[in-house]
Design a protein around this ligand. Sequence first.
Ligand SMILES: [Zn+2]
Ligand SMILES: [Zn+2]
Length: 263
Amino acid sequence: MGSGGADGIPALWASSPVSDHARLNGGKDVRTRASALINGELKIDFGPDTLAQIQRCRLDPRDWRAILITHSHDDHLAPREFQYMYPPFVDSGTPVPPVYGGSTVIERIQAELEEGRRPSLYPLETGRTVRVCDYEVTPISAKHSDSEECFNFVIAREKTILYAVDTGYYEEPTWDALQRWKFDGIVIECTEGLNPTEYSGHLAAQDVRDVVGRLRQMGAASNSTVVCTSHHAHTGRATHGELQAFFEPHGITVGYDGLEIRL
Ligand SMILES: [Zn+2]
Ligand SMILES: [Zn+2]
């Protein structure tokens, strides 16, 4: 639904070549905050652009059966938007999907919304598979923040996908954990684009190539695995077209807002 980093593209306040290009040309270079929806019913993250995304994609959130939250950063969790699930904004009795997340996510929602006016909250732990609706969801440890446990998700039903937003290059225990799956699809962040930095909590294009290469090498991904990028930031100094030129030889699709992937 969304394929942008924390401040989107064009960035909320910044002037930069990529932001200016997006302002001028629109299209795939316009990116709202990263977000995804599985089979129209399992929502990943609930950021500040959720309303704009359901309007653009013509979705009805009342179809969502559960919401998984990767971590508590503002581009992934806008807890006060949950208030519109309750009267007087909707009729009483309107179903509210349960929310799954780590302890920081749960504490943040509890701090922002009073009991009775917030969704049911279910804690997630690294490596512990939980059944969410008909899906087996396994949180794996992202390398993203020292101040909270951030998750990437393995989601399995008939097909198995890895949702790898936000993360840097995984620590070795995470690589060990990934050995047990064969992914049909991977959504992977590419925040730093063609402008890698010293920060270790995000991936640049060359890191995405390396992570996907290692997943292929260990058999967790194959040439038939659909791999798609997300969470692109204007500070990555790359337009959609420039990212496509980088990723095409590696069999990786550059994501964009509204992209639908069929596996
Ligand atoms: Zn983010
Ligand atoms: Zn983050």
